[in-house]
Design a protein around this ligand. Structure first.
Ligand code: SF4
Length: 339
């Protein structure tokens, strides 16, 4: 199926629905693609006899598996659009089929634009799910121009070689000692900044949409985020009561880490409470007036992306360790969820 800007390969899932005579289906669509929901539903309805239900809740990543949610309505299949599987969650996702949204945009132009700027030979190639099908082409292009591209394998949270997600950069860190610089293909700043912080290697970000090649701006942005993070830690120096957030979504649950943190806080004579929630945002947290500082063990993006919106500081587990002087500021690490 073609939707503006993307191709969704629905063929296999349609065959599965028809051969197994699947009746009830739920579709999870990320916010950015929800605008095209009717085309997806109409395509599935025209080619199958199934009842198609859109999940109206936000879906930010493959960590959000709803396989076990429906007890009363018998849902036989969940289709998650725009994400790739998280292999380590396979046992929780037996009903889910992932349909990646492959961007139609050709990335060659922006790679050609970046080449004169790359002054090193060994380049680590990384991208997000939507451009992953272009990675081989980029590898060939770079080889033809006398570079040595390297595509790393991530841990069990990552499906494709060279793929990164907002909470896991292991495709890059696994090869960081073999490369001089990383070349990121994709839009936005969160992924390349995460890459910079997780690998501590230079990053060249190539945006196929705007055709921009960014290096210095990324470093400035990283410095700004680090200043914000330092500020959030500083604001929590006198905190006495801490709320440790555990993500309720299956792929965000880090109970062990949360318990470790609780113990650490107790050892430092602080009060700590475990709070589980599915959707975490500033207005929900405002009800917890008693809490001086939140620590998020859920999606690492939560504390960082919406920093300005939180009245009570929200920090990551590593930032808490810095706050409690278990670690030095120089040991700052970007929060990642492994495996
Ligand atoms: S935890 Fe966050 S970054 Fe990781 S897959 Fe889920 S939504 Fe994406």
């Amino acid at each position: 199926l073609k939707i503006p800007g993307y191709t969704l390969d629905l063929g296999k899932v349609i065959n599965k629905i028809n051969s197994k005579e699947i009746k009830n289906i739920i579709i999870q669509i990320p916010e950015g693609l929800k605008i095209h929901f009717s085309r997806i539903v109409e395509k599935l309805e025209s080619e199958t006899d199934s009842n198609i239900i859109i999940s109206g809740d936000p879906c930010f990543g493959a960590c959000d598996l709803i396989d076990n949610k429906f007890k009363k309505i018998e849902i036989e299949l969940i289709i998650q659009i725009g994400h790739t599987p998280i292999p380590s969650l396979k046992k929780y996702s037996s009903k889910t089929e992932y349909i990646n949204a492959e961007s139609d945009i050709d990335v060659s132009d922006v790679i050609m634009k970046a080449m004169p700027i790359i002054d090193k030979e060994k380049i680590g190639l990384v991208t997000t799910a939507q451009h992953i099908h272009m990675l081989k082409k980029v590898e060939t292009l770079l080889k033809e121009n006398n570079f040595k591209p390297i595509i790393g394998r991530g841990d069990k949270r990552i499906f494709y070689p060279g793929q990164i997600i907002g909470c896991n950069f292991t495709s890059a860190s696994s090869v960081k000692n073999k490369v001089d610089t990383f070349l990121f293909i994709g839009s936005g700043s969160f992924h390349p900044i995460g890459l910079l912080m997780a690998t501590e290697k230079p990053v060249i970000a190539c945006d196929p949409y705007t055709k921009e090649v960014r290096i210095r701006e990324l470093n400035d942005f990283k410095d700004m985020i680090l200043r914000q993070r330092y500020g959030a830690i500083a604001r929590s120096t006198n905190a006495k009561k801490f709320g440790i957030i555990i993500g309720a979504k299956i792929g965000q649950q880090r109970l062990e880490r949360a318990l470790e943190i609780k113990k650490l806080l107790k050892d430092n004579n602080k009060k700590a409470y475990l709070i589980s929630m599915e959707y975490i945002n500033s207005s929900i947290l405002e009800s917890y007036l008693d809490i001086d500082c939140f620590i998020s063990t859920a999606c690492p993006r939560i504390a960082i992306d919406d920093y300005m919106q939180y009245k009570t500081p929200i920090i990551t587990p590593v930032e808490l360790e810095i706050l409690l002087k278990e670690k030095k500021w120089e040991e700052y690490k970007f929060d990642e969820i492994f495996e």
